[in-house]
Design a protein around this ligand. Sequence first.
Ligand code: 5GP
Length: 177
Amino acid sequence: MSDITVKDKVFTEFISKKEMNLIVTSLAKKVETVFKDKNPIFIVMLNGAFVFASDFLRSLERPYETLFVRYSSYSGMQTTGNVVTSEIPEVVKGRHIVILEDIVDSGLTMDVFKKNLTKMRPESITLVALLSKPSARKVNVSIDFIGKEIGDKFVVGYGLDYDGVGRNLPAIYVLKE
Ligand code: 5GP
């Protein structure tokens, strides 16, 4: 397994580029089977989900609408518990919404986002999370499609950063203790 240094920390490869590809294409297939005739809107959670969403959306066979919102709660390697939000467009009203999220950790970000989205009265809300850390949960969030469950460890790569660095790495790396 190869190690990589991101700023002042050493990380080791955890989920290979090949495995990421299999996880994402299989997720996309499952989600499209359910939503292909429902005219869904995909909402990409920036910044972290941009790589996941880019591969996921390009694995879908039909054309769909895509929106982007920016929610953040992380600073460095920790969740701050304070979720910074951006506005959700009105077009979600009455539509089937599929959220694309990079990772659900404490659950606080998704809890706030789903509540705000519900206020906009969509027809349905479905959460697709590439990664989930069930043992780190502080609030209960129901995830409809999960790419992979991981332990309570800090990871970088495939869209996820350590203090702004490492989003470009094609595999997922875990912090070396
Ligand atoms: P939560 O609100 O569930 O605690 O955290 C959600 C957000 O925190 C994720 O969308 C992600 O951007 C960031 N995050 C959570 N865990 C990790 C992690 O292990 N590594 C990185 N780089 N970001 C994380």
